[in-house]
Design a protein. Structure first.
Length: 281
């Protein structure tokens, strides 16, 4: 199986689904990350913090966009190695876009056509009335996937291709049942408890944007911990499936069969992130 992520910025792939990707990599699946922008303008925490010091490092104050973007790229490369991402595709567009960019859409279509993934993962598109670069990135991803499905070898020199399933991340809800929010929910949870160490280590690489240390551990405790509570495990990542799935019979997962609603509060409370993964020196 080949899994491909399509996200706006370098760290997005790790924060949103790094644990899931690590699990796929461990079982031998190909994992490809397509990153649309260099992310140099977003979360410049390292540089903003330096400006606030009494005796700042002059080299950081003078850092330009090229240097900042290169540093983020190196951070992602190290994080990807930790997770097991086998291929990074960085389009290096500026991250100051505010609308769908047709050139980026065409590049996405080109890369998806080359890689031919079985599964694509990207951000859940929020309300488009409010500017959100992650939402626009997903709009461009969907447009690119649509173009790929329209390719015809006679006309485009490459055969048509359609991804088998699309999973969306960052839908900020985690009800346990499908009725609480009238069907709006993450409907797939992946237990990442066994790979939280890899995810934290990968997030610790993103020092320039303040994702290392305390933030990494807080994210796992709160965000992945709440998804874990909904899933009945210590830590999970939540996904929203775009396409319906067809089964030969009504599916019932092993996790559902083994779940004990009256006792699972004990099993999903056994791991302490800050005890197991103390802050790096």
């Amino acid at each position: 199986m080949k899994v491909m992520t399509i996200y706006a910025h370098p760290a997005d792939t790790i924060t949103n689904c790094g644990g899931t990707l690590a699990l796929h990599a461990k079982r031998g699946d190909d994992v490809v990350a397509l990153i649309l922008t260099h992310g140099g303008r977003l979360h410049p925490n390292k540089y903003a913090e330096e400006w606030r010091k009494e005796n700042p490092d002059a080299s950081l104050l003078q850092a330009g966009l090229e240097e900042i973007a290169l540093n983020k790229k190196r951070e992602l490369e190290r994080a990807a190695q930790t997770i097991g991402i086998s291929k990074l595709i960085m389009l290096d567009y500026d991250d100051n876009y505010s609308t769908v960019n047709e050139e980026i859409v065409n590049r996405i279509a080109e890369e998806v056509s080359k890689e031919r993934p079985d599964i694509v993962i990207c951000d859940y598109p929020m309300n488009t009335a409010f500017h959100n670069p992650h939402t626009i990135a997903t709009q461009m991803a969907f447009a690119g996937l649509s173009k790929v499905s329209l390719y015809l070898k006679n006309l485009d020199g490459q055969p048509e291709y359609q991804v088998k399933q699309i999973f969306l991340t960052s839908l900020p809800v985690s009800p346990i049942d499908g009725l609480s929010l009238y069907g709006i929910r993450n409907d797939v949870f992946i237990d990442i408890s066994s790979v939280v160490g890899e995810k934290i280590k990968a997030m610790d690489e993103f020092k320039s944007q303040g994702y290392s240390g305390l933030f990494a551990r807080k994210l796992l405790e709160s965000y992945n911990g709440e998804y874990g509570r909904a899933a009945g495990v210590n830590f999970a990542e939540g996904f929203f499936r775009v396409y319906n799935e067809t089964h030969e019979h009504l599916p019932l997962t092993a996790a559902a069969q083994e779940s004990d609603l009256l006792m699972r509060h004990l099993s999903y409370s056994t791991m302490s992130i800050r005890e197991m993964f103390p802050l790096p020196e």
